[in-house]
Write a protein that binds this ligand. Structure first.
Ligand code: TRP
Length: 338
């Protein structure tokens, strides 16, 4: 009898001891998990984005950026918080929104368009600024050089090969002699692209007619007088024109001439053909630079990425509608956007 009490007593102690030990292990595991959660919570990265206005190209850039960040493990609302400010095309909004994004202590800022990035650059010399599709960052005074920006700014340029675009126009339109160059006089980006286009047109023996708009109010009238004088119109990467493609195309349709832009979205919006950049891809490249900077890369020594893959975008329906025959050699290489 005594022996069996001892035996059961010992067994009880062993069982209880085992139970307590295990329980303790569970507790400590739970604690570790909790601590981990706290750490990741602390590590939420705040990204402030400033976009000049909405047009299909810029909206695609933003979408590409957010989706690529998610693919790289940075999901908005989880371990990253993205604050998008849209200035609706107003310069005064840009300044206010830049101040706001800086004072709210974002870890990284993103500028979509040259004016937006210039405004951010004015507001901070410390917080890293990532450029999302800036055509001429050096000429705009944003960075010292594309190889070595030298300050808190780096990112992606959407520059396109303008000379090849003009060559394509020459190949497509029989007896092309006179082209129109339509752009916005207040966009530094466009002025620079038009200077290049003028130079290349001369090299290719094309006569040019320049037509500039001050803002979207005069686009219809300016396009009309230009369209009556030329055989085709080249438009640069220009924010005002990108947001008013419908107006431009309505006029050029009437005159039965084609518009040749440099962005896939502008081709989709009624252009005929463009040698340009996939806007969504600019966003993807921007996200990659953001991740590099999160991982410790310094903008000052991070070279600019050129998003330009020189893809030919063709709006086949528009070409047909205007009776423009696209040579098979070009069609083969083209990506159809509509
Ligand atoms: N590159 C333009 C700028 O620097 C912004 C931009 C990006 C854009 N993609 C575009 C403008 C497509 C017109 C069309 O401001």
């Amino acid at each position: 009898m005594k022996k069996s009490v001892l035996f059961f007593g010992a067994l009880l102690i062993i069982v209880l001891g085992y139970y307590f030990l295990n329980n303790k292990k569970d507790n400590s595991q739970e604690q570790v998990a909790q601590e981990k959660a706290q750490v990741t919570e602390e590590k939420v990265i705040n990204v402030g984005v400033l976009q000049l206005l909405s047009h299909p190209a810029l909206d695609s850039i933003y979408k590409g950026m957010v989706e690529e960040l998610a693919r790289q493990g940075y999901e908005d609302g989880k371990n990253i918080r993205i604050d998008l400010q849209n200035a609706q095309g107003e310069q005064s909004n840009l300044a206010l929104m830049s101040e706001k994004l800086v004072s709210e202590k974002n870890d990284i800022l993103v500028g979509i368009t040259t004016p937006a990035t210039l405004s951010l650059a004015n507001a901070t010399k410390d917080i890293p600024i990532i450029m999302a599709g800036i055509t001429y960052p050096v000429e705009a005074g944003l960075i010292a050089s594309e190889e070595k920006p030298g300050n808190n700014i780096t990112g992606v340029s959407d520059r396109t090969p303008i000379k090849q675009q003009l060559e394509l126009m020459k190949e497509i339109i029989p007896n092309l002699k006179k082209i129109g160059l339509l752009y916005t006089s207040s966009e530094d980006n466009s002025i620079k692209q038009i200077e290049e286009a003028k130079k290349y047109a001369a090299e290719l023996g094309l006569e040019v007619k320049l037509a500039s708009i001050a803002n979207s109010n005069d686009i219809q009238q300016v396009t009309e007088s230009l369209a009556s004088e030329v055989q085709a119109i080249f438009v640069p990467i220009d924010n005002t024109i990108a947001s008013a493609m419908a107006t431009v195309v309505k006029v050029t349709d009437k005159f039965k001439i084609g518009v040749f832009p440099s962005a896939d979205t502008m081709v989709a919006d009624g252009g005929v053909l463009g040698l340009g950049v996939d806007q969504y891809q600019i966003g993807v490249e921007t996200a990659k630079v953001i991740v590099d900077v999160i991982n410790g890369k310094k903008p000052a020594d991070t070279p600019i990425v050129l998003a330009n893959e020189g893809v030919i975008y063709l709006n086949e329906a528009k070409a047909q509608e205007l009776g423009i025959e696209i040579p098979a050699t070009i069609k083969e290489k083209a990506q159809i956007v509509k």
